[in-house]
Write a protein that binds this ligand. Structure first.
Ligand SMILES: [Zn+2]
Ligand SMILES: [Zn+2]
Length: 125
């Protein structure tokens, strides 16, 4: 009986330790995936992936919202092919899609989503 008594806490201890190892592996996987995802996304958006990988190594999950915010500030996503272009780029570097349209009345460039010309107010249809 003494043996059984002594064995049970040990089994519990082994189980706890195993859960601890699994936890550690899962945490490491999440950590590695985060760094990879941040690197991949930064590289897709042409935003110095190595710098973002370093940020992800130090800040881990915090790098994700940071990357999303910075990306939305300096990049725009092409509606045609999904590539990222600079905010001021006139065309998509991935497929040549034009982000601007020229006003027929005054010749000023307007955003592709503008319904009226920001220069003269003419309808851009
Ligand atoms: Zn494109
Ligand atoms: Zn105009």
């Amino acid at each position: 009986m003494a043996d059984t008594w002594g064995w049970e806490p040990t089994a519990f201890g082994i189980a706890t330790e195993a859960i601890g190892i699994v936890d550690g592996v899962v945490a490491l996987l999440i950590y590695a995936c985060t760094v990879l995802w941040v690197y991949q996304s930064a590289s897709e958006a042409r935003m110095i992936p190595v710098l973002w990988a370093v940020i992800a190594i130090f800040c881990n999950v915090l790098a994700i919202p940071a990357l999303l915010v910075v990306r939305s500030l300096i990049r725009r996503k092409c509606p045609e092919c999904g590539a990222y272009a600079g905010r001021k780029d006139r065309c998509c570097p991935g497929c040549g899609h034009s982000f601007v349209k020229r006003c027929a009345s005054c010749g000023k460039d307007a955003d592709e989503h503008d319904r009226f010309c920001p220069g003269c107010g003419a309808s851009l249809g």
